[in-house]
Design a protein around this ligand. Structure first.
Ligand code: PXP
Length: 246
């Protein structure tokens, strides 16, 4: 099938490779190796979320990825002093600023720029002043889009979670329309537009068709599929190892 949007790129989020590693606090699977394989598969970028509680990606991962990633490295992080210092040190290709709550399982919604404007504008100035483009992960709401633009950030990432979680096709179409409107409004204000969260092999195509969309950041569904498509071979190889034949 021909892409409706040939410029659209894929950022592969490898957090859940680290989630599996951290379940045992061991050394495998290594997200650094996963990033290389994702790039071999055609990833245009590698995305990692360094969370305050370090539940999956570790500081060591980000440092090594900065040296090994051949595409671009998108560092997702909360707009805190600790994370800004790390970003200024590591210098990812761009930073996506996300809300973070310790008790959440994953990022639950877009960040509130309107309610934190002065502090957030300063964060953008610090990062972009050091040559690191900033993207705000926000819901497709006009007031947040306008606030994102006023912070001086170059990008927004539209939160596709509500679209992904829609309970029926009417609701999904309504959420898609909201995303389309948001993308249009952002582009009219001079922002560049990415999207992500909850996208799957089944629901990605309509979002990929949104005019002006530049990059989709996708993680959980790709890692989930990788576990299943790789399991048969992994078991076969363990049998070979047991027989001394690997
Ligand atoms: N974009 C942002 C800002 C995120 O926080 C996440 C989840 O870490 C993603 C994209 C990827 O979401 P998913 O793992 O559901 O594909």
């Amino acid at each position: 099938m021909v892409s409706p949007n040939p410029r659209l790129t894929l950022g592969v989020n490898i957090d859940h490779v680290a989630t599996i590693r951290q379940a045992r606090r061991t050394v495998e699977p290594d997200p650094v190796a996963a990033a290389t394989l994702a790039e071999l598969g055609g990833a245009d970028g590698i995305t990692v979320h360094l969370r305050e509680d370090r539940r999956h990606i570790q500081d060591r991962d980000v440092k090594i990825l900065r040296q090994t990633v051949q595409s671009h490295l998108n560092l997702e992080m909360a707009p805190t002093a600790e994370m800004v210092a790390i970003a200024l040190d590591i210098k990812p290709d761009y930073v996506t600023l996300v809300p973070e709550k310790r008790e959440e399982i994953t990022t639950e919604g877009g960040i509130d720029i309107v309610g934190n404007f002065a502090r957030f504008k300063e964060v953008v100035e610090q990062l972009q002043g050091a040559g690191i483009p900033v993207s705000w992960f926000i819901d497709a709401e006009l007031e947040q889009i306008e606030a994102a633009q006023k912070t001086g950030a170059q990008f927004i990432e539209l939160h596709t979670g509500k679209y992904a979680e829609a309970q029926d096709s009417d609701q999904q179409q309504a959420e898609l329309a909201t995303l389309k409107t948001g993308a249009k409004q952002a582009i009219a204000l001079g922002l560049r537009v990415n999207a992500g969260h909850g996208l799957t092999y089944r629901n990605v195509y309509p979002v990929a068709c949104i005019e002006g969309m530049e990059e989709l950041n996708i993680g959980h569904t790709i890692i989930s599929r990788a576990v299943l498509v790789g399991l048969e071979r992994a078991v076969r190889e363990m049998k070979l190892a047991m027989w001394g034949q690997l």
